[in-house]
Ligand binder design. Structure first.
Ligand SMILES: [Zn+2]
Ligand SMILES: [Zn+2]
Length: 366
């Protein structure tokens, strides 16, 4: 089969013929339809310090995918041939205290698909059946392919109650955009999202946020005035990992404000701890998705009309992966999708999936 492999200890990814993965005990095999390109994949391609210290080569990269089940190991129940599925890319041990207590997202022994084990940038991928999320309501395969980052967004956004609250989101990358869509959908009062990319802020505006603010030109205070906010933000969703953004967020929280922090800083940095203390701010770190409460929330949000289609801005055939990765690395787009279905190469499309396309998917003809 074709797969995007990190073959050599240098920048790049290589499209190679590799053996199809074999189904192990308790696993399922999936014909991959679409994959999403994640920041992690950009690190792997670039082969930065993190990648150098983490990866064992050769490695099939990729962890955001959708596909149809083509094989299930004996004894696997509840996953059937032909099911449209997404995959939870964190494989947990099942034995540690947190796993035993059902808090699998807090497992200390997590293995990452496409990082510590061969991933989904391939025609086929295998995964434990317990890591597979079966779509039981119609979902376009493009949207199904981004359930992993959508889950990051939902896990972060739903960490604290949002109904009627003023919400600040720092960072309008794909996950920040999806978190903004979720916060708006579930009934936050004001949702202000900040970034320095006008392209990404334009996407945020399409998702119906109260204010998409370019912090290279305007201050958060200015934004608060425009929204006629008199006090600070109730909830902060930090999506950038950028020290200035984190400091700015802390400075503009109301007393008792709560921050869910998904953005991963590249290195240590100082913040104003005195403000954290005297404003009595809670900061909660977020990593991955709750298994499988977040997945349940995602499916229900889509079922209840949440529209993520503006977040997907580019689609490429997998054979054009270099162009796709360059586009994603540019930092001005929403989500970039690779099509592995093997048909004619899709045009770089900006259209939203139609009802008919979603229906066709349910008929498993995609
Ligand atoms: Zn990802
Ligand atoms: Zn565990």
């Amino acid at each position: 089969m074709k797969a995007l492999v990190k073959e050599k200890a240098e920048p790049g990814l290589w499209l190679l013929d590799v053996p199809e993965p074999e189904v192990g005990p308790g696993e399922v095999k999936i014909r991959v339809l679409r994959t999403g390109i994640c920041g992690t994949d950009l690190h792997i391609r670039k082969y930065d310090d993190w990648a150098r210290n983490t990866l064992k080569l050769p490695l099939v990269a990729g962890h955001e995918f959708s596909g149809h089940v083509v094989e299930v190991a004996p004894g696997v129940e509840d996953v059937a041939l032909g099911d449209l599925v997404s995959g939870e890319g964190h494989l947990v041990c099942g034995k540690c205290r947190n796993c035993m207590a059902g808090r699998r997202h807090l497992c200390r022994n997590t293995i990452g698909l496409g990082v510590n084990r061969d991933g989904a940038f391939a025609e086929y991928v295998t995964l434990p059946a317990t890591n597979v999320w079966v779509h039981r309501t119609p979902v376009h395969p493009d949207i199904a392919a981004i359930f992993d980052p959508f889950g990051n967004a939902v896990h972060t956004a739903l960490s604290f109650p949002l109904v009627g609250e003023d919400v600040l989101i720092t960072g309008a990358g794909p996950i920040g955009l999806m978190a903004a869509a979720v916060a708006t959908h579930v009934g936050a009062r004001n949702v202000m999202i900040t970034d320095v990319s006008d392209e990404r802020l334009d996407l945020a505006a399409k998702l119906g946020v109260s204010l998409a603010l370019n912090v290279s030109r305007s201050s958060i205070e200015e934004g608060m005035r425009r929204l006629q906010m008199r006090e600070g933000f109730d909830v902060g969703l930090e999506m950038s990992g950028n020290p200035a953004a984190v400091r700015d967020m802390i400075a503009h929280m109301t007393h008792g404000g709560r921050i869910a922090m998904l953005g991963l800083p590249a290195e240590e940095f100082a913040i104003d701890w005195a403000t954290v203390v005297t404003s009595m701010i809670t900061i909660k770190g977020i990593y991955g998705r709750e298994m499988f409460e977040t997945w349940y929330n995602m499916s229900v949000l889509l079922e209840k009309g949440l529209d993520l289609s503006p977040v997907i801005t580019h689609r490429f055939d997998y054979r054009d992966f270099d162009a796709a990765f360059d586009t994603a690395a540019g930092g001005r787009t929403g989500k970039v999708i690779l099509d592995w279905s093997g048909g004619a190469r899709p045009e770089r499309a900006r259209h939203e999936p139609t009802e008919a396309e979603a229906a066709a998917t349910m008929n498993r003809s995609a």
